[in-house]
Design a protein around this ligand. Structure first.
Ligand code: FMN
Length: 218
């Protein structure tokens, strides 16, 4: 089984989507030996608005596509949307295909449900391309993943994320379909809000902007 892990974040570094895909990959590596041997995992980063022909070729020859991407304005980042449109045209010219699609959306808001519409965009894209929708995950508090990078998955603030990735990796290996999962970080909402506000204030200073405007809004 050929699995394409696609990072749809435009970021070159510090991408939460990348961290999520890395954690997912570990679940594949830890799967039973026989299953593991049959998996071929290829990794891609879609950072521009157009995919190279060789990447397109590899994507259309995969059995499973797993997209991890950030939520942008309640939707899919525009560069990724353009790549999806490019792939849609290609998929529509292929008759025989049996490809399952899974999507892991992460967002800045605390609640994973914020990603619901973006996952629906992917589901609709599957219908347009005649691909099979497998499952989606909406992951809240994405930016926190960097600060807890070294916490083992399934523990502390990454407890719920671990549970979700365990279910999804299992469904991917079995090629099963399942309901979307919405993940809440195991971290208090108020503490996430305080950390976020501190981050904004720091960014305002670093960029030589006016901090008083920010204080007025708090
Ligand atoms: C242009 C832009 C738009 C965003 N829109 C939203 C949004 O509508 N809702 C939300 O919860 N987070 C939003 N975010 C936050 C990102 O989804 C969040 O930081 C995410 O963790 C980034 O993932 P990445 O590191 O993989 O790129 C936005 C970020 C940017 C830069």
């Amino acid at each position: 089984m050929k699995i394409a892990l696609i990072n749809g974040s435009p970021k070159v570094k510090y991408s939460a989507s990348e961290l999520i895909l890395n954690e997912l990959k570990n679940f594949f590596n830890n799967s039973e030996n026989e299953v593991n041997k049959k998996l071929s995992i290829c990794e891609y980063s879609f950072r521009s608005t157009k995919l190279d022909n060789n990447v397109v070729e590899e994507i259309i020859n995969s059995n499973v596509l797993v997209f991890a991407f950030p939520l942008y304005v309640d939707g899919v980042p525009s560069h990724l949307l353009k790549c999806l449109v490019q792939l849609e045209e290609i998929f529509n010219n292929i008759k025989e295909k049996d490809i399952k699609v899974y999507a892991l959306a992460n967002c800045g808001f605390y609640e994973g449900e914020q990603n619901k519409l973006a996952l629906e965009i992917f589901e609709n894209w599957c219908i347009k391309c005649n691909l099979t929708w497998g499952q989606g995950a909406g992951i809240g508090a994405g930016p926190i993943l960097h600060s807890v990078k070294n916490v083992p998955i399934g523990h502390g603030p990454k407890k719920n994320l671990g549970k979700a990735l365990n279910i999804i990796s299992d469904n991917i290996i079995k090629s099963s379909k399942d309901n979307n999962i919405f993940v809440k970080a195991n971290f208090p909402r108020f503490a996430y809000k305080i950390a976020g506000e501190m981050g904004w204030k720091k960014a305002v200073k670093v960029n030589n902007l006016q901090i008083k405007d920010l204080y007025k809004r708090l």
